[in-house]
Write a protein that binds this ligand. Structure first.
Ligand code: 5GP
Ligand code: ZN
Length: 163
């Protein structure tokens, strides 16, 4: 995207984006759990549960609402979301989590995000989410959408009409 693009403010943030720094492995503080060509999973600096990881795409995209910005297609977003969830679950299993029903995967929705780089929260076990942060990760609230609900929402969303 060029500097003259109407959304170039978003582009400007890439240089200072902390998750871009982590995803490009230039931030030496982050505890990376797993990575591949497109995604990186690392420990949340302020864990809300015994297991709290974040999965981010290496490429900067703003949030789960990036679809509306026109920077990513519906197909790409569905694909990346699926891969992010898979990586999060793999990390949980690698860390010894066996009850995969007692996990929470989801996204904060703008404006309830503190880092403007798409990130999936991966938490387990759900009954050990800190009381103090419980509401922040509560499904069906205005701030938090589970990965399952978002996937369902995207599934029902028709691809944009091409003229
Ligand atoms: P949000 O509220 O935007 O959904 O969540 C952002 C998450 O990123 C928070 O849970 C916060 O603790 C985590 N976070 C913010 N800055 C850093 C950082 O520099 N390193 C790591 N590992 N996590 C971070
Ligand atoms: Zn970024």
């Amino acid at each position: 995207m060029s500097r003259n693009h109407p959304d170039s403010n978003e582009d400007d943030k890439v240089e200072t984006c902390i998750f871009c720094l982590i995803a490009s492995e230039r931030d030496k503080e982050a505890e990376i759990m797993k990575k591949d060509k497109e995604l990186v999973c690392f420990k949340d600096i302020n864990p809300a549960a015994p297991h709290h990881y974040l999965v981010v795409p290496r490429q900067h995209m703003h949030s789960c609402s990036s679809l509306n910005s026109g920077h990513i297609s519906l197909g790409q977003l569905k694909w990346i979301m699926k891969r992010m969830a898979e990586m999060g679950k793999t990390v949980l299993r690698d860390q010894g989590v066996t009850n995969m029903k007692d996990i929470r995967l989801g996204f904060h929705q703008p404006p309830y995000i503190s880092v403007n780089h798409l990130h999936l929260h991966v938490l387990a076990p759900t009954n050990k989410i800190s009381e103090y942060l419980m509401y922040k990760f509560m499904p069906k609230t205005v701030a938090f959408i589970t990965e399952e609900s978002l996937t369902m929402h995207l599934k029902n969303k028709a691809p944009p009409v091409k003229y």
